[in-house]
Design a protein around this ligand. Structure first.
Ligand code: HEC
Ligand code: HEC
Ligand code: HEC
Ligand code: HEC
Ligand code: HEC
Length: 352
């Protein structure tokens, strides 16, 4: 048997592309520093020259504004940790252009006007460029290989492409100053929630719904039409409400811990006067180490054995109207945001 060289053995053991591991991120512990193909820049504008459709869709996505939008900026300037930026503006070059140096996840930095790749948030290269090649979810076409070096990366078509940023724990507040320790308490758990769902059992990853036809707009909570079509409200007598999310592949709301659906009964049609309200959300408490979820009032995902629904009882005394609001941000920041950024009405109607 011919002797195998050590580097070859290592590459067999580790695998050439970590096809089964997370593609991106590890809870935001480090920035991404992808090496682009020779002669190809790492800006979305460089890709847009040939990929007009993907680039136009992406530019309308939350990924494109992840490092610059007012909701993020309000929160981040109050707690300007390097950690946040590793997911919201993950390219190291953008962090350097903006802050003049590398960010450490546990360090508080002085916010500055976004420059370079920071302005592109979760840009094409964050998902598609590694080790001098463009990653493709399907085996690349000949045209693709002629256009730029490519590498087939099947994990790009699975939840592994989303997991590092969309499923991560809270930081620990007992870490030494300037350091970041992750806890085991989930801050965002979208992939874990998905894993219990009927969609997962049917082999439908995030891309199935959020990238239909390989679309790059990534619709979510900032798309009222999507949320309207995903949620139903049944109103019974005496203030009995049932909120359902037929086919939900994760909790609703999922993701950011501040997200909440607000169900209200009101004295008037415009809800100028709220009679009663309940929030569908996760509730957290601070312990000596981190934040812990103490109650889950979201709509659970549809699983093979349980429906995606939540029953609630509200006071209807003196009420004529009800409405369901989607509130996007931390309640403490709401007053600081333009009203249309803070949330929107999903459904409303007269009380029976
Ligand atoms: C000079 C033109 C050009 C530039 C610049 C370019 N591409 Fe491509 N790319 C192509 C062509 C041509 C194909 C093959 C046909 C197609 O899929 O549109 C392709 C294919 C791809 C595919 C896979 C599609 C398949 O066939 O499987 C991906 C993913 C991709 N490019 C991403 C990128 C990204 C990300 C960038 C920027 C970093 C980029 N490309 C820059 C021309 C270009
Ligand atoms: C958040 C991660 C992510 C970002 C950001 C992203 N993509 Fe993609 N892209 C994917 C995934 C995942 C697929 C495979 C989708 C599938 O198979 O359903 C894909 C597929 C593609 C394809 C092949 C399908 C097609 O439309 O022909 C091209 C080309 C492409 N991306 C270009 C781009 C360009 C250009 C940008 C930036 C303007 C970009 N992508 C940004 C994750 C991303
Ligand atoms: C590098 C980190 C990163 C990766 C990888 C990533 N995302 Fe995101 N994603 C984010 C951030 C950060 C936001 C929030 C942006 C904002 O609004 O501030 C976001 C927002 C979204 C939204 C919009 C949510 C809303 O409330 O409207 C959807 C949908 C989404 N991502 C889906 C995906 C899917 C599907 C994948 C995998 C194919 C993926 N993301 C990969 C970081 C990432
Ligand atoms: C069966 C379709 C489906 C699948 C699969 C799916 N989602 Fe969603 N997702 C939706 C719908 C519909 C919404 C809007 C309703 C809502 O707010 O949950 C949504 C909302 C979101 C949001 C916005 C936050 C929120 O709660 O409003 C994020 C982030 C998100 N999805 C990420 C993911 C990730 C990551 C995966 C894979 C682990 C995934 N989704 C799988 C359908 C899906
Ligand atoms: C591991 C990746 C990761 C880290 C670290 C992270 N985020 Fe996020 N953040 C996300 C993702 C993914 C979303 C989108 C989830 C959703 O839509 O519910 C998001 C959403 C948000 C939103 C809501 C944005 C919107 O447009 O609706 C705010 C605000 C936010 N993050 C602030 C922060 C701050 C401040 C920090 C640091 C203390 C931070 N994030 C750290 C991944 C991350």
């Amino acid at each position: 048997m011919p002797a195998l060289s050590l580097p070859l053995l290592l590459s067999i053991a580790v695998g050439p592309s970590r096809a089964d591991g997370p593609l991106v991120g590890d809870g935001g512990l480090r920035a991404l520093d992808p090496v682009g193909p020779p002669g190809l820049g790492l800006s979305a504008a460089d890709c847009a020259a040939c990929h007009e459709r993907a680039a136009a869709q992406w530019s309308r996505s939350r990924h494109a504004v992840a490092g610059t939008n007012p909701l993020f900026w309000e929160a981040w300037t109050r707690l300007p940790l390097g950690w946040c930026v590793n997911c919201h503006a993950p390219l190291r070059s953008g962090q350097q252009a903006t802050l003049g140096g590398a960010v450490r996840p546990g360090a508080l930095v002085t916010p500055a006007a976004p420059a370079g790749a920071w302005r592109e948030g979760v840009t094409c290269a964050a998902c598609h460029v590694r080790d001098g090649a463009v990653l493709t979810a399907d085996p690349p076409s000949e045209a693709a290989e002629a256009a730029h070096p490519t590498r087939h990366e099947p994990a790009l078509g699975t939840v592994a492409a989303c997991q590092g940023c969309h499923d991560f724990p809270f930081q620990r507040h007992d870490a030494p100053r300037g350091e970041l320790w992750l806890s085991t308490s989930p801050a965002q758990a979208t992939v874990a929630e998905w894993a219990t769902s009927t969609a997962a059992a049917e082999g439908r990853p995030c891309q199935d719904c959020h990238m239909q036809d390989a679309g790059h707009r990534f619709p979510g909570a900032h798309d009222p039409e999507l949320v309207r079509s995903a949620l139903r409200v049944e109103v019974g007598p005496g203030g009995a409400f049932r909120v359902t999310a037929p086919g939900a592949a994760h909790r609703v709301p999922t993701g950011d811990p501040f997200r909440r659906l607000l169900l209200q009964t009101c004295a008037d049609r415009g809800c100028g006067q709220v009679v009663d309200q309940l929030a569908l959300r996760r509730v957290f408490a601070r312990d000596e180490q981190t934040w812990v979820e103490v109650a889950d009032r979201t709509v659970p995902p549809q699983t093979p054995s349980s429906p995606a629904r939540r029953d609630l009882a509200l006071s209807v005394e003196g009420a004529t109207w009800w409405r369901l609001r989607y509130q996007l941000s931390d309640v403490r920041h709401e007053a600081l945001l333009p009203p249309d950024q803070a949330g929107y009405t999903v459904h409303d109607g007269p009380l029976p």
